[in-house]
Design a binder for this molecule. Structure first.
Ligand code: 2AM
Length: 180
């Protein structure tokens, strides 16, 4: 199964991001991420055998027990890649906890499943972001959106992604409360 660890968003943050998605809506080439799927990926694992689930769930709970909740912020948007033709339009997230959690997950996954399990995520530096829209066809860049969003991150999740012609279906397999 295709798996990743992610943080999902509270309703008010989601609403603000959906409003921002309205900016790309007039441009046919952008496909917005559906509201209930908006998330911040902490670690992408790619295709993993089902037998890994037990270790991944145990890891998530162990980290959750040791990490305190933290404050997240969103102030603006950006593109991947930033130069040339953008593929992804995202909301930039801030909050030290994201990088700490992402790194702890990398270490924990490498320990439990081996370094090989980190390969799917690639070796690009971790940039906490929430993908708002993906570019499917030629489409113009949209002007930056400015936000003043802040919320407490109190949990993260292990998510299954099933790739379908209409777009991926995400299923939360397990939630990990932060209670360090
Ligand atoms: P993205 O939103 O920037 O595309 C599920 O695919 C999630 O894992 C997405 O949030 C995606 O980020 C992220 N992800 C990170 N690395 C990935 C990769 N190599 N392939 C697919 N998704 C990846």
């Amino acid at each position: 199964m295709r798996l990743f660890f992610a943080v999902f968003l509270p309703e008010d943050v989601r609403r603000a991001l959906v409003e921002a998605q309205g900016k790309v809506a007039p441009f046919k080439g952008w496909k917005e991420v559906p509201p209930h799927q908006l998330h911040l990926t902490l670690l992408f694992l790619g295709e993993r055998p089902e037998r890994d689930l037990e270790d991944l769930i145990a890891l998530g709970h162990r980290l959750g027990r040791n990490f305190p909740p933290f404050t997240a912020r969103i102030r603006g948007t950006g593109y991947f890649p930033n130069e040339g033709t953008p593929r992804v339009w995202f909301a930039k997230a801030e909050g030290e906890g994201f990088a700490f959690l992402a790194e702890a997950l990398r270490e924990g996954v490498a320990e439990a499943l081996g370094e090989e399990a980190l390969r799917a995520g690639g070796d690009k530096p971790f940039k906490p972001h929430i993908t708002l829209a993906r570019r499917k066809a030629p489409a113009p860049r949209v002007p930056p959106v400015v936000f003043g969003l802040e919320w407490p991150v109190t949990e993260f999740a292990l998510v299954r992604s099933e790739l379908k012609p209409k777009g991926p279906i995400y299923t939360i397999l397990e939630k990990f409360p932060l209670r360090g």
